[in-house]
Design a binder for this molecule. Structure first.
Ligand SMILES: *[C@@H]1O[C@H](CO)[C@@H](O)[C@H](O)[C@H]1NC(C)=O
Length: 242
């Protein structure tokens, strides 16, 4: 449950370090193999209906009814850590890091046969963000209640905890979360551009709409989704914090 240990946040930082190392010392160590294992972590964190190609075989479908009670399909995305909350902010950050890794290290990732895995890791997040953004000024920012989830240690496949979903809209703004999700989608759009231009265009449309929403209706997302406050406060959304 450690926020920096086994979390999406921590692993996406590790990925960046490994890519740096792979570039610097590729001849001496098999960093491609280490990269492959970081992508296994992302597979193990998958929520929703898993594909046949899923390599982490001890995982199965879970969270299939996420959003149903709220009238929206929020199936998919990533669980945050050892818990089963789908927190929007670290998920968007992780997808942003993965996407920039794909853009900045295209040659290295392709060279170590990891580009396909990278794109799948990104897409598992972006397909979910697309579902979580059903209208221009609506973004579902969290599924699951942080507090009750942490009292209950069970497999995601057997989940019995509350799957309350929380949303942002024009009356409940969240410029930090909507802005970070826009950043994730925009970076993913760049990452996908050489491989799937139609998907890249879809991502860019969502990114632009979310950026407008973030800019037009300003506020901290934790004021609109107080449940996230104890877990992932942002550092704000001003243009220049310095
Ligand atoms: C490209 O993205 C579209 C839209 O999501 C999808 O239907 C299609 O299967 C993708 N193509 C490839 C080659 O992955």
């Amino acid at each position: 449950m450690s926020r920096f240990g086994g979390s999406l946040f921590g692993l996406s930082l590790l990925l960046t370090v490994l890519l740096g190392a792979a570039t610097a010392a590729a001849e001496y160590y098999n960093y491609g193999n280490a990269l492959d294992k970081t992508f296994l972590f992302f597979e193990a964190q998958r929520s929703g209906k898993l594909p046949a190609a899923q390599r982490v075989k001890w995982r199965s479908h879970s969270g299939l009814a996420d959003g149903l009670a709220q009238g929206v399909s929020l199936e998919g995305g990533y669980y945050d850590a050892g818990d089963h909350v789908k927190f929007g902010l670290p998920m968007a950050f992780a997808v942003t890091m993965l996407s920039w890794a794909a853009v900045d290290n295209q040659k290295e990732l392709s060279g170590s046969n990891q580009m396909q895995q990278t794109l799948w890791s990104i897409r598992w997040g972006t397909d979910y963000f697309i579902k979580a953004h059903p209208q221009p000024n609506v973004l579902w920012g969290q599924v699951g209640d942080g507090k009750s989830d942490h009292y209950c240690w069970e497999r995601a496949e057997d989940m019995t905890t509350s799957r309350t979903a929380y949303k942002l809209d024009q009356y409940h703004p969240g410029s930090d979360l909507a802005g970070e999700t826009a950043a994730a989608l925009a970076a993913a759009s760049l990452a996908f551009k050489p491989y799937n231009s139609s998907y890249s265009a879809i991502l860019l449309t969502h990114a632009k709409e979310l950026f407008s929403f973030a800019d037009k209706y300003r506020g901290l997302y934790t004021d609109s989704i107080p449940n996230a406050k104890a877990f992932y406060m942002s550092s704000g959304y001003s243009v220049n914090p310095f």
